[in-house]
Design a protein around this ligand. Structure first.
Ligand SMILES: [Mg+2]
Length: 381
């Protein structure tokens, strides 16, 4: 069996899919994308495809080595995401070739259900209580919210109080038996993060995510030492080498993205690395159905898994959502806030190819907003 053809599809709301076809008719799907830079990743996939066409798709590890290390200049979000999507598609093909779900090829399942959380609030969560109530009624046992919008370099007393008030409102609706995770989104300086983390501690967040931007990961040891709240990071880290220092710093939760950090192959290794630090895995996934399917395969096979992000109802998605490009919604039907393990081969989903091809004709040009402080200077989004 040889890889015959690789295609990419730029589909709303902000995703990129790849389709890898073999000469005997197997088709694997992947989601190689960096949000806001989808067209750039598309170019990278096209270049990397030169290394795959004509090759045996089942030599996944060898392909991963060549795709990531075969170019003298390597790594970073664009190349790592291109590799990630291709890697997902190769695992999808392998599952079909061997007649097994990917989690079976990773050593077999270690759990029957996977806990997922729902997003609430968006950047300006004015309807927070209402949204959390709806998610609780839908059965979710955990939600995640952004802490704040654009925040002053040293958060004011009012900004700090607003963050605490939002999380307090969430806790009130959720009660003590459900969880709230809080995403700082790198919007705080380390000084602000330290102060806010202390004030959030009595509200018992599951974790606080990206307390500082990844460029300031060298500050994490100090934050871990002073924060009673477990810290999480990783959606903007792209390899096990980049996870090593944050795990050494003592973060509690590693959040690699299956579509950014080298795919199933590398996230599996990042999970094992995290395990040696007693850290848990909570894959980042505000993306589409292929990225989520890949994430769930990892979750079913990974002992130190904590919880899975998923994008149903997320504020980024308008008109198209997680279910827009799959034939059967069953793998993403969450019962009591959990996905249930299936036994379909590969990634376990059936992509609606006609819908994908039609959507690609529209395409998209999604960009994250560029925020400014009131004085006109740049603010982290
Ligand atoms: Mg985040």
């Amino acid at each position: 069996m040889k890889i015959a053809r690789i295609e990419t599809f730029l589909v709303p709301p902000r995703w990129l899919f790849c389709r890898v076809e073999t000469d005997d008719g197997l088709v694997g799907w992947g989601e190689p994308v960096v949000e806001g830079r989808a067209e750039v990743v598309r170019g990278a996939v096209e270049v990397l495809s030169e290394l795959l066409v004509g090759q045996d798709p089942l030599r996944i590890e060898d392909h991963w080595q060549v795709l990531t290390r075969g170019g003298f200049y390597r790594g970073g979000p664009v190349l790592s995401s291109a590799v990630a999507g291709l890697d997902q598609a190769l695992w999808d093909i392998a599952g079909q070739a061997y007649g097994a779900p990917v989690h079976a090829l990773l050593g077999g399942p270690v759990r029957d259900t996977v806990r997922v959380y729902a997003w609430v609030g968006g950047d300006e969560p004015s309807r927070l209580r209402e949204q959390i109530t709806a998610q609780v009624e839908a059965g979710f046992t955990a939600v995640k919210m952004n802490a704040a919008g654009a925040t002053s370099p040293v958060a004011t007393a009012a900004e700090t109080a607003a963050v605490v008030a939002r999380v307090a409102a969430a806790r009130e609706v959720l009660g003590p038996d459900r969880d709230v995770a809080v995403d700082f989104h790198g919007r705080f300086t380390a000084a602000s993060a330290r102060r806010v983390l202390g004030e959030l501690a009595p509200l018992h967040p599951l974790f606080v995510e990206e307390p500082v931007v990844p460029e300031q990961s060298h500050l994490l040891p100090g934050l871990v030492t002073t924060s009673p709240v477990p810290l999480a990071t990783g959606e903007r880290l792209y390899s096990r080498a980049e996870f090593l220092p944050v795990l050494t710093a003592g973060v509690a939760v590693a959040q690699p993205d299956l579509s950014h950090a080298g795919g199933i192959s590398e996230v599996r290794r990042i999970a094992s690395l995290a395990e040696t630090f007693g850290a848990l895995l909570a894959p980042h996934c505000p993306l589409g159905p292929i990225a989520l399917a890949a994430s769930l395969q990892i979750a079913f096979a990974t002992p130190n898994f904590l919880i899975q992000e998923q994008s149903r109802g997320i504020h980024y998605n308008k008109d198209t959502d997680l279910l827009s490009y799959v034939v059967d919604p069953e793998p993403f039907r969450f019962v009591d806030g959990h996905a249930r393990r299936g036994d379909r081969p590969g990634l376990g989903i059936t992509v609606d190819e006609a819908a994908v091809r039609a959507a690609d004709r529209t395409g998209h040009a999604w960009r994250n907003p560029v925020w400014r402080h009131p004085d006109g200077s740049f603010a982290e989004w």
